[in-house]
Design a protein around this ligand. Structure first.
Ligand code: ADP
Length: 386
């Protein structure tokens, strides 16, 4: 069956003629309507591909008024049917920007050609509109990218500039401790810059097929402990991280018997996940939990190892995320309105989402402004012997 065409015509015999003709050419006519108001209601309900609209209709709304609302609000193409070719009616009809006119009495070929032209014109318009929207979105992303990245570069660059200036010009007046402090500031600023660059590169590569998914058997408990140990080295003692595990998250050795009853040591099977991607996911969520929490705050990392799925829960008691921002958190460059002066690019979570998607998993957030946030990452896995 071809497209759905709604016929709005109050003269029953003409309406039935049109329906027969349309069906003969393979179109579907889901309804025949005689009133303008009802035409709007039905169009909204069944969303036809095109509407053939008589200009003179029964009821309070004529065809031109009904078409006006349908075209602007529902974006459904309308072709007018009219027995009046007087200039005033046609001029009025023209203001609604219809997709064509058919004068009554009509000929079959004229009806079908006008409908086909209108359908094509509408299809082209839809494609153009989508392309324009995409281009607009790209332009917005680009300008957000430029403004966020340049803003985020400014602070560390000025730290490097001031610290090096002090070291160069006042070196003789500075004691060892002060010099080390400035060097430490420089090192931190460089680390921050390279983190921003890394995030930008991750975004680029995660969207291209070059980011590969390489699952390997992992001792999840050990993996998390090692990651936390590394993580704590890089952070000053301002926050506590509490780690807990539930379920079988490590490879445990099992003793079974050989056929001759001698003991055989076997290892249980391990979940397969991509180590590199998982490291990135957890580091990002933990850094955020710390970054958006007050000093002295506690961050919880809970690991649940289930039958065919592993769940990571990262919980903080920080600034939380306003409800209005929660839907867009995983969009590149989106930052919530309550971040204040806390640095960031709005890239981390979109990378997390891409890496979780590569695992075929899910990431969700529960957060309340001023109370804290909980990110839950569920990753399905298959198992393999270690
Ligand atoms: P960034 O932290 O660099 O801005 P992200 O993509 O990691 O970018 O996070 C996007 C936004 O989500 C942040 O700017 C912040 O508004 C919000 N957000 C993420 N994690 C947290 C958290 N744990 N607590 C409060 N807000 C958060």
């Amino acid at each position: 069956m071809k497209e759905n065409i709604l016929v709005v015509e109050d003269e029953r015999i003409i309406a039935c003629d049109i329906k027969d003709c349309l069906e003969k050419f393979g179109y579907n006519v889901p309804a025949i309507i005689a009133y303008g108001e009802k035409a709007i209601e039905t169009a909204e309900e069944i969303n036809p591909d095109l509407i053939l609209m008589d200009i003179m209709l029964k009821g309070n709304k004529n065809g031109i008024e009904a078409a006006e609302e349908i075209i602007t609000r529902l974006n459904i193409p309308v072709v007018f049917l009219t027995a009046y070719s007087d200039e005033y009616t046609l001029k009025k009809a023209k203001t609604t920007q219809p997709f064509g006119y058919i004068l009554k009495p009509f000929e079959e070929t004229q009806l079908i050609t006008t409908i086909e032209i209108a359908l094509n014109k509408h299809r082209t318009e839809v494609v153009m509109r989508e392309a324009l929207a995409k281009e607009k979105e790209m332009r917005e992303v680009k300008s957000r990218f430029v403004s966020i990245v340049s803003h985020e570069f400014r602070n560390p660059l000025s730290t490097i500039f001031t610290s090096t200036e002090l070291l160069i010009n006042h070196s003789s007046k500075l004691n060892e401790h002060k010099k080390n402090e400035y060097l430490y500031h420089i090192q931190n600023a460089v680390k921050h810059l390279s983190q921003i660059l890394n995030d930008v590169l991750h975004i680029e590569t995660a969207e291209s097929p070059t980011v590969s998914f390489n699952p390997e058997p992992l001792n999840l408990h050990t993996f998390c402990e090692e990651l936390l140990a590394e993580f704590k080295v890089g952070m000053s003692d301002t926050h506590h991280i509490v780690f807990s595990t539930q379920g079988k998250c490590n490879c445990s050795e099992e003793l079974t018997l050989n056929s001759d009853s001698s003991p055989l040591l076997t290892k249980t099977k391990l979940p397969c996940l991509d180590k590199k991607l998982l490291r990135h996911i957890l580091t990002n969520l933990l850094s955020n939990a710390i970054k958006y929490s007050p000093q002295g705050g506690t961050v919880y990392l809970d690991l649940f190892c289930l039958e065919e799925e592993v769940v990571f829960r990262i919980q903080d008691e920080g600034i939380g995320i306003p409800d209005s921002d929660q839907d867009n958190l995983f969009t590149s460059f989106h930052r919530a309105r309550n971040v204040g002066n806390i640095p960031g690019t709005g890239l981390g979570l979109s990378i997390v989402k891409q890496y979780v998607d590569l695992h075929g998993g899910e990431v969700n957030v529960v957060s309340k402004e001023g109370v804290g946030s909980t990110f839950i990452v569920s990753l399905p896995f298959h198992v393999m012997s270690a």
